[in-house]
Design a binder for this molecule. Structure first.
Ligand SMILES: [Zn+2]
Length: 459
């Protein structure tokens, strides 16, 4: 994507800024070293809680925002960044005092009146207005705040969040979130977590949602529009929020959600979040579904396996999240294998057969095998089917290599030890070797990093 750089200088009017910063205070880095998205996230602090107050008018596409970010400085900072694209910034404060800003692309550089010391808890308030910029990814898919015929479809993997709110947009900086989304009366706004209230005043309705478990910014949503809703609870008390954009969508396969939650809770461990759900929107032009935390977004009518896939991501992707985007097979391979496992566990085709069908559909000379799932080659290949199919094959091949008992113990251990945290491929390999007691470097070299077709287990 061609660079779209925009530099906005704001006069530094504060006397404090004219003095040299405290000896140790420095600029927080503009990224966290992600190989695919070097500017994703920022250094020097840890975001802990966001309050997103959003007011959206689908008729004009204007989004007014007031976002609060509570964070802890992890180093002395004279300046730090948030990731944010577009909009006019109407007000910017750090700890209730106006702060100075510079903007360059997605980097919003914030200079508080007084430098922050390591360990300081601070609060940033950003008020803004404008028409959100839809983000185009390196693979040409679109994300962010995407207008639909009746509202907006809001998805962010991997870099859409800064298109509608200022964030420390890196999967490793998880936080809790409150949402207060105001839309025209009669429309529904769906964000992550539990519904706290929906209140109509005059021509507007404000929907308040709370996500009380850690969430990476890319998993947020605030999809809105004309939806038929079904807000119920499952037998164990888990709230289930379903929203369907009729008449184009029916959400018929949402019956899979409780079934998949039940199976995966048994297989992997207890469901990680305080709510579940799904949103079937009429946004086919977006072309994909995304596992936005607790309520996956579906741009099209979701098929059965797609629903199962997105539910599996609540464990792998949402609760257990990669440190870097290159390791996305830890999301997609696990979700693909979970589809196979759901079918097997419900008396259908065994995963061993699904694995061989997928394997045999690519000849030994197919280019498919040249792109390894744990090293896809760049952000434009993040969603290549190697992350999904070869990732899923890796897990089934591992199952057949270390045996049923060790494999299922590994899945439970992997989830239990990393729930709400972040992981790497190296972590997974180490855990697999520890749980199985086997030396597996040749196995993983072939399945995760090899550029030729690995042999089938036992072959
Ligand atoms: Zn997926």
């Amino acid at each position: 994507m061609p660079a779209r750089r925009r530099l906005i200088a704001v006069p530094l009017t504060f006397a404090a800024l004219l003095a040299p910063p405290a000896a140790s205070a420095q600029f927080g880095s503009d990224g966290l070293g992600d190989e695919y998205f070097p500017l994703a996230g920022n250094g020097g602090y840890d975001a802990e809680h966001y309050i997103l107050r959003l007011d959206y008018d689908p008729a004009t596409d204007v989004l007014d925002g007031h976002v609060t970010v509570r964070a802890t400085a992890t180093e002395a900072l004279s300046r730090f960044n948030l990731d944010f694209r577009g909009f006019d910034i109407l007000a910017l404060e750090v700890d209730d005092a106006p702060a100075a800003m510079l903007r360059d692309g997605q980097e919003l550089m914030i200079t508080p009146q007084r430098p922050l010391a390591a360990g300081d808890v601070f609060e940033v308030n950003v008020k803004y207005s404008g028409v959100p910029e839809v983000i185009v990814d390196p693979d040409n898919s679109i994300e962010g705040w995407i207008p639909t015929d009746d509202g907006a479809f809001v998805v962010n993997e991997p870099q859409g969040s800064p298109g509608w709110f200022p964030a420390n947009d890196n999967p490793r900086d998880k936080a809790t979130f409150d949402f207060r989304v105001t839309v025209p009366r009669g429309k529904v706004a769906l964000a992550n977590g539990v519904l706290k209230s929906s209140r109509t005043v005059g021509a507007h309705t404000t929907w308040r949602w709370n996500q009380d478990e850690p969430m990476a910014p890319y998993l947020t949503t605030a999809t809105n529009g004309d939806f038929e809703t079904s807000f119920t609870t499952l037998e164990d008390g888990l709230p289930l929020y379903l929203a369907v954009d009729r008449p184009e969508r029916t959400g018929a396969n949402f019956t899979r959600i409780p079934q998949a939650i039940e199976l995966f809770s048994e297989t992997y461990g207890a469901y990680p979040f305080s709510a579940a759900g799904g949103i079937a929107d009429n946004a086919g032009f977006v072309g994909y579904a995304l596992e936005t935390q607790t309520k996956a977004n579906y741009a099209n009518e979701p098929g059965s396996s797609t629903v199962v896939h997105e539910v599996a991501h609540e464990w792998f992707g949402n609760a257990v999240t990669p440190v870097v985007w290159r390791d996305i097979w830890l999301n997609e391979g696990f979700a693909r294998w979970s589809e196979w496992w759901f079918t097997e566990a419900n008396g259908g085709t065994p995963a061993a057969t699904a694995f061989r069908t997928s394997y045999n559909s690519r000849s030994a000379t197919s280019s498919f095998w040249r792109r390894p799932p744990a090293d896809l080659g760049g952000p434009e290949f993040m969603f290549a089917n190697q992350a999904y199919d070869r990732g899923g094959m890796t897990l089934q091949a591992l199952r057949e290599t270390i045996g049923e008992a060790d494999f299922f113990a590994l899945l439970k251990t992997w989830y239990a030890e990393n729930k709400y945290g972040n992981v790497t491929t190296a972590d997974f390999i180490a855990t697999a070797e520890r749980v199985s007691g086997d030396e597996l470097s040749a196995f993983f070299d072939a399945w995760l990093f090899g550029t030729t077709r690995p042999p089938l287990p036992g072959a």
